[in-house]
Design a protein around this ligand. Structure first.
Ligand SMILES: Cc1cc2nc3c(=O)[nH]c(=O)nc-3n(C[C@H](O)[C@H](O)[C@H](O)COP(=O)(O)OP(=O)(O)OC[C@H]3O[C@@H](n4cnc5c(N)ncnc54)[C@H](O)[C@@H]3O)c2cc1C
Length: 388
């Protein structure tokens, strides 16, 4: 068990030598903080003024972190990963859109992906982001208790309708759906909405999974409260457990606006909070299903240890592991080799529209220096192994 993630042959079995070289090049670039800062600014500018940089982005970061520009493009990647037992969660990663046509397009994509989920074992979940279905400002207004104008009220009803359509179809098709979590100042209204939908549609099984960001110090209490409500209401909970992707934004907003940050005071506190949630869910795993969305080896091992302690089979459907495409293959492929349920988020969308997602990945890998170094160390070991 201790060395489960060390096998680089399994981890990189699907990567050709040239793909391995590209990954090495990319992670070396990403490890360089000033380069990422400058690169991000230059790329944003180039896209804004319509410079022809898409080809360059596509052949570097985009192809490493994304499956393609549409769902059809992703299919060969999905099949390839599934040949090694790793599933995909097709993630329409077009972000920061503000108009109704885009929200409807995201809804249609999600409904279409639910059909794939029904048909294909290689795709066990669909996913969407709350702000993919409605304007950020609306979620924020509700969270802050600010009244809507009549137009906003109608607009919000359309957002609720989109959530409702996807969740209803998920339950009718008896498949599973993940709903992502975003910035804390919009998340309250999304949480309330998802709570209502879990109560309505998770009565037989946990079809709908919400997301808990454990870098928030209030999430353990929230989890326990939700569990109590679910027990009383007679429905199942599903949670994707993550640490959280908006750390700097959260802390700087709190500081600027003079309220206590919702984020744990240190990485260690976030880690401890994440572990507490793993223990809590695993102790109640018949009522709360887990999707452990993490690249952290210790966290993954903790879930494995809990499964062992509870004598759960590796493929027990109540526990899934998830990583992002392009990251931590040593975790994904070694888990699948050992029979565990694992699915990688596979983002897709037009190159310029997935830029916010790509920039988050670059910044995340820069700020988690240890993790980038770990990726590089494993890639280097695999290169050496292949040379032998
Ligand atoms: C399948 C999947 C789905 C995801 N879905 C979401 C989602 O819906 N919403 C979302 O926000 N994120 C999501 N993420 C991203 C996730 O939140 C993390 O940003 C990312 O996975 C890195 O965390 P880690 O657990 O892999 O581990 P690590 O690399 O061990 O931890 C890094 C994380 O620790 C936290 N951290 C770092 N420094 C500090 C500090 N000083 N104080 C407090 N905390 C700190 C931050 O959250 C940081 O991202 C998802 C990730 C995966 C793999």
């Amino acid at each position: 068990m201790d060395n489960i993630f060390e096998n680089t042959e399994h981890a990189f079995a699907l990567k050709s030598d040239s793909e391995l070289e590209r990954a090495r090049f990319l992670f070396r670039m990403i490890a360089n903080e000033p380069l990422v800062r400058i690169g991000t600014a230059v790329t944003n500018f180039a896209i804004k003024v319509h410079l022809p940089v898409e080809g360059l982005i596509r052949s570097t970061v985009f192809d490493h972190f994304c499956g393609g520009v549409n769902e059809e493009d992703c299919m060969p990647v999905v099949e390839k990963m599934f040949s090694k037992g790793v599933c995909s969660v097709l993630d329409y990663s077009v972000e920061a859109k503000e108009d109704e046509a885009q929200f409807d397009a995201a809804l249609e994509k999600t409904l279409k992906i639910l059909e794939f989920v029904k048909e294909k074992d290689s795709m066990p979940f669909a996913v969407f982001k709350p702000t993919g279905f409605g304007r950020f400002a609306l979620y924020q207004k509700i969270g802050e208790g600010i009244a809507f104008t009549p137009d906003e009220q109608e607009e919000w009803e359309r957002v609720v309708e989109r959530f409702e359509k996807v969740c209803k179809k998920t339950q009718e098709m008896q498949v599973r759906l993940l709903i992502d979590a975003e910035e804390s100042w919009m998340q309250k209204s999304a949480d309330d909405l998802v709570e209502r939908l879990m109560r309505k549609y998770n009565t037989k099984r946990p079809y709908i999974y919400s997301t808990l960001q454990m870098y928030r110090w209030d999430r353990m209490e929230y989890l326990k409260e939700q569990h109590q409500k679910a027990k009383e209401g007679g429905y199942y909970l599903g949670y994707k457990l993550v640490r959280g992707a908006y750390l700097e934004k959260e802390n700087s907003r709190a500081e600027e606006m003079g309220y206590p940050t919702p984020i744990c005071a240190s990485k260690e506190e976030t880690d401890a909070n994440f572990d507490s949630a793993v223990h809590y869910i695993m102790n109640n795993v018949k009522e709360i299903s887990l999707f452990a969305g993490t690249h952290n080896e210790a966290s993954t091992k903790l879930v494995l240890a809990c499964m062992k302690e509870k004598q759960m089979e590796p493929h027990d459907q109540n526990v899934w592991f998830g990583q992002l495409y392009g990251m931590s293959d040593h975790i994904s492929y070694n888990l699948s080799t050992n029979g565990y349920n694992v699915a990688k988020y596979l983002p897709f969308g037009p190159v310029r529209d997935v830029m916010p997602y790509l920039i988050r990945r670059a910044e995340e890998n820069t700020s988690v220096v240890g993790q980038t170094n770990r990726e590089l160390e494993l890639i280097n070991r695999e290169r050496a192994r292949r040379k032998l």
